[in-house]
Design a protein around this ligand. Structure first.
Ligand SMILES: Cc1cc2nc3c(=O)[nH]c(=O)nc-3n(C[C@H](O)[C@H](O)[C@H](O)COP(=O)(O)O)c2cc1C
Length: 276
C-alpha cells in the first residue's frame, strides 16, 4: 500500500503531482483530487516526487507528512560560486589528524546518503563504515600483515601490483600508502537488486565526498583499499561485504593541514560539442 493521500482542503487541483510522476500512475479527473488506482501501485518507484512537488503540501505518501520535509525556497541551495569552488577546491587528502570525526556529524552525512539518486530509485546500497580510529588501526594492521604475507608467498596477482610498495613503506618507514593514516573508511556496496550498481555506488561516494569536504573533512577515493579487500577475503568479509556485490572505498577524517588554493585544471576539460 502506497498510502497516497491527498488533503482535499489543501489541494488546488493544479495537477503538478500528475505531471511529475515518472511512472505516470497518478490520475486526476476535472475538478477532483488526484488518485492512484490500486492496480497501478506496483509501478510506483517510491521517489516521493508527488509529495515534494505539491505547492500547498497537500500530498502525503508512505505515511510521510509533507510538513516534515525541509522547505525549498530561493537560497536553500548553495549558490553556483560556492559549488564551483567546492568542485575545484576539494582535494584528495592523504594526511589526517589522529582523531575521530564527531559522531553526530558522521551520522548526518550518512543519513543524507539515503537521498542520493539511484537507478529506478532502487536504493540498494549498504554503507559499511569504520567510525572509530582504534578499529581502523586494527583494520590497517590486518591489511598490511595480510598483504606482506601474500607478497612473501608470491600470491599478489599482477593487477594488484600497486599494493606491493606499500609493504616496505609500512614495515620499514611506518608510512601507510594504502589507507593514508586515515581514521575512517567508508565502503559503499550494492547488491544484485540494484539496477545500476556501479553508478549508484560511485554516485553515493561522490556525494559523500562533497558533503564531507564542505563540512571541513578530508576524503580520498581509495582504489588501493579496494585492491586490498579483493586480495584478502577475510578483510572483505569483516567489512560486511557480500560476494558478488559491487563496492568502492573512501577514506575520510579531519585533515591535518589545509590546501591554500584550488588547482588549475579547467583547460583540461575535453568538451565535445555536438552540432546539427
Ligand atoms: C576511482 C578513484 C580511485 C582512487 N584511488 C586512490 C588511491 O587508492 N589512493 C590515493 O591516494 N588516491 C586515490 N585516488 C585519488 C586520485 O589520485 C586523485 O583524485 C587525483 O590524483 C586528483 O587529485 P584530487 O582528487 O586532489 O583532485 C583515487 C581517485 C579515484 C577517482
Amino acid at each position: 500500500m502506497l498510502q497516497f493521500i491527498v488533503d482535499e482542503a489543501k489541494c488546488t487541483r493544479c495537477g503538478q503531482c500528475v505531471c511529475d510522476c515518472p511512472s505516470r500512475i497518478i490520475e486526476q479527473t476535472a475538478g477532483a483530487v488526484p488518485f492512484i488506482r490500486p492496480a497501478n501501485e506496483a509501478r510506483c518507484i517510491q521517489c516521493q516526487h508527488c509529495l515534494a512537488v505539491c505547492p500547498p503540501a497537500a500530498v502525503s505518501i508512505f505515511g510521510h507528512d509533507p510538513a516534515h520535509s525541509r522547505p525549498l525556497t530561493a537560497g536553500s541551495f548553495p549558490d553556483l560560486e560556492q559549488m564551483l569552488t567546492l568542485v575545484r577546491g576539494r582535494r584528495s587528502v592523504r594526511r589526517y589528524c589522529d582523531e575521530n570525526v564527531d559522531p553526530a556529524l558522521l551520522q548526518r552525512l550518512l543519513a543524507a546518503l539515503a537521498n542520493v539518486p539511484s537507478g529506478v530509485n532502487r536504493r540498494a546500497l549498504t554503507f559499511s563504515v569504520i567510525d572509530d580510529k582504534t578499529v581502523m588501526r586494527q583494520f590497517r594492521l590486518r591489511a598490511l600483515n595480510g598483504l606482506a604475507a601474500a607478497e612473501k608467498a608470491g600470491r599478489v596477482p599482477a593487477q594488484f601490483a600497486y599494493l606491493i610498495p606499500a609493504v616496505p613503506a609500512w614495515f620499514e618507514q611506518g608510512v601507510d600508502m594504502i589507507f593514508r593514516g586515515a581514521p575512517h573508511l567508508l565502503v559503499v556496496s550494492a547488491g544484485p537488486e540494484a539496477v545500476c550498481p556501479e553508478e549508484d555506488v560511485n554516485l553515493a561516494l561522490a556525494c559523500f565526498d562533497l558533503m564531507a569536504q564542505s563540512a571541513g573533512l578530508g576524503t580520498v577515493w581509495c582504489g588501493m583499499a579496494k585492491m586490498a579487500l579483493e586480495l584478502l577475503p577475510d578483510l572483505k568479509a569483516s567489512m560486511g561485504l557480500q560476494p558478488g556485490h559491487f563496492y568502492y572505498a573512501m577514506l575520510f577524517g579531519l585533515p591535518s593541514f589545509r590546501y591554500a588554493r584550488t588547482v588549475q585544471r579547467d583547460a583540461a576539460a575535453h568538451v565535445h560539442r555536438v552540432s546539427a
